[in-house]
Design a protein around this ligand. Structure first.
Ligand code: PBG
Length: 330
């Protein structure tokens, strides 16, 4: 290298100037994370005093209602202000009727949380896969998931969550027309303040594997390709989001997060709606596994993925890392 030539470079812009010190980098930082944009998913089971770790998701537990209350109080103390509840009922049948049992784990947890931790926003996942004995997201007729019959069941589940006091219901089933049906039913029964966070662009992803371990919701036969989206499609995601907004969604979602950051950015740019991204179980499990092997620096990798999701356009990040990230950010 001819140092003489390098030293005489006449550069009008030196982009490295703004990276020279921690304070300079902080001054020009474009993307920030805060604990109150993180939503913590929780798996609620029956019983009391239950805190059972999910093998493929270190740090994530099946919690009975009393333990969930303790978990949420701890999360709140760390700055997390919203949770997303999934139910693990003991009873399952072929139409998922335990999804709208007023005494079910989700409904009971909503009531307990609204009583014990009223400052925390409670969202509930609305789907049938945790409640059907076959593990499908809907009613199966002749081997097919029957769209309109399933929507009727989802409406009943959403109403039971709203009646228990949920702030947000979050349909994750990907049936057509469910957002509009839920909105109408909520309004007719005086729940016009209950918000809908629609899993609008939910892809048929391999990254849900550990969740199905946690929620005991793997389909017994077949897969979810006839309702969840094809990972190859981006424009179709915009149509899904457009439709959910037209039907009354307050918040739209892209899921998973990291493999779909392009979709997230397009959704945010096009609609400018409050947009959530779900860093799903497999994304979390990959980081945990690599960290346990000493292959990555976990705190840095965690914050880098969350920052990337935020930079792409997420207003809300649903992540199993919510508590760890909140602690790292404080
Ligand atoms: C359906 C639902 C799933 C997830 C959230 N809601 C599972 C599925 O579609 O199979 C996945 C979340 C994750 O992987 O973390 N109730």
């Amino acid at each position: 290298m001819d140092t003489q030539t390098s030293a005489s470079l006449k550069l009008t812009r030196r982009l490295r100037r703004l990276r020279a010190s921690p304070a300079m980098r902080a001054l020009v930082r474009e993307t920030r994370l805060a604990p109150d944009m993180l939503m913590l998913p929780l798996f609620i089971c029956e019983g009391e005093g239950v805190r059972r770790e999910v093998p493929s998701m270190p740090g994530v537990f099946n919690l009975s209602v009393d333990e969930a209350v303790r978990e949420v109080e701890a999360a709140q103390a760390e700055g997390v202000r919203s949770v997303l509840l999934f139910g693990l009922p003991d009873e399952k049948d072929d139409v998922g009727s335990s999804a709208y049992d007023p005494e079910g784990p989700v409904q009971s947890a909503v009531r307990a949380l609204k009583r014990e931790a009223p400052g925390v926003l409670v969202a509930t996942d609305v789907c049938l896969c945790e409640y059907t004995d076959h593990g499908h997201c809907g009613i199966v007729i002749d081997g097919e998931i029957a769209n309109d019959a399933t929507v009727g069941q989802l409406v009943r589940a959403a109403l039971s969550h709203a009646a228990a006091g949920a702030d947000i219901v979050a349909p994750s089933d990907m049936m057509d027309g469910r957002v509009g049906a839920i909105r109408q039913a909520l309004d007719e029964r005086g729940f016009e303040q209950t918000a809908i966070m629609a899993y609008s662009a939910k892809y048929c992803s391999a990254f849900y594997g550990p969740f199905r371990d946690a929620a005991h919701s793997a389909p017994r036969f077949g897969d979810r390709r006839t309702h969840q989206m094809d990972p190859a499609n981006g424009r179709e995601a915009l149509r899904e989001v457009e439709q959910d907004i037209a039907e009354g969604a307050d918040i739209v979602m892209v899921k998973p997060a990291l493999p779909y950051l392009d979709v997230l950015a397009r959704v945010k740019d096009r609609f400018g709606y409050p947009t959530a991204a779900y860093q799903v179980s497999g994304e979390y499990a990959m980081l945990k596994a690599a960290a346990r092997n000493g292959w990555i620096d976990e705190p840095r990798a965690m914050l880098e993925t969350l920052t990337g999701i935020r930079r792409a356009g997420a207003d809300i990040i649903i992540t199993y890392y919510a508590r760890e990230a909140a602690r790292a950010l404080s």
